[in-house]
Design a protein around this ligand. Structure first.
Ligand SMILES: Nc1ncnc2c1ncn2[C@@H]1O[C@H](COP(=O)(O)OP(=O)(O)O)[C@@H](O)[C@H]1O
Ligand SMILES: [Mg+2]
Length: 214
């Protein structure tokens, strides 16, 4: 569980988008499971099937039900059997307390519910990696907890690598195995999670934590 922290504009989203081939890079290398990624469209298409991504704005298809949103990728892209995918989708919906909503449309859901569906939709693709970029940033405070709990459960499962951008400092402290602190498009610090919050290495990170009242 890697957490990206840093002030607004420091490059957190850019870095996370780079890891999914959504952003071109001019130097450096990306290594996935020990293999250097050759950045072309075809390779990214293959890799993206292993990488689940959830953003601040839940981009569910408005014209599809919750269930159809979830099973679209697994059935159309991964060509998995519909019955199997639906059964798995229901199990995931149950986990996020939204089993009753499979026939609902996104407009009928609250922001927190939509974001939980967006997470389920990503998980239904059996990703090896999950990328989360400020997934709670646009939610009402009472919705934040439910979404963070789901991510925390995933973190506890131990078999999934996750890279998370968040401004929820308590949450970050609880879950982060490793913190990357960014500033001006650069990684200023790469510190174990259990050290960063009490003993950041740089003055800039210390100031950042203070500015977050942490
Ligand atoms: N490593 C980098 N090199 C060049 N430009 C960068 C780099 N990282 C970020 N930027 C630029 O900085 C701006 C803010 O980055 P962004 O990723 O949106 O920040 P954050 O998500 O931390 O708020 C963007 O315009 C982006 O193109
Ligand atoms: Mg951002």
């Amino acid at each position: 569980m890697v957490t990206l922290l840093g002030p607004s504009g420091s490059g957190k989203s850019t870095l996370i988008r780079t890891l999914n081939g959504l952003e071109k890079y001019q130097s450096g290398t990306i290594t996935f499971n020990g293999k250097k990624v050759v950045p072309n469209d075809k390779n990214w298409q293959t890799l993206r099937q292993k990488i689940g991504m959830v953003f601040q704005s839940y981009d569910l298809f408005p014209n599809l039900t919750v269930m159809d949103n979830i099973i679209l990728g697994p059935t159309k892209v991964q060509k998995r059997a519909k019955e199997e995918v639906i059964a798995q989708a229901r199990a995931l919906l149950k986990k996020v307390d939204l089993l009753d909503y499979e026939d609902s449309y996104p407009r009928q859901l609250s922001g927190g519910q939509k974001q939980r569906i967006a997470i389920v939709r990503a998980l239904a693709l059996h990703p090896e990696f999950m990328l989360f970029d400020e997934v709670t940033a646009s939610l009402d405070p009472e919705m934040v907890r439910g979404v963070l709990n789901i991510i925390r459960d995933l973190a506890d499962q131990d078999d999934m690598t996750m890279i998370i951008v968040t401004h929820e400092m308590d949450f970050a402290k609880q879950v982060a195995d490793r913190v990357l602190f960014l500033q001006d498009g650069k990684i200023l610090e790469d510190t174990p999670g259990n050290q960063f919050f009490d003993h950041p290495q740089t003055t800039r990170a210390k100031e950042f934590l203070e500015s977050m009242n942490f």
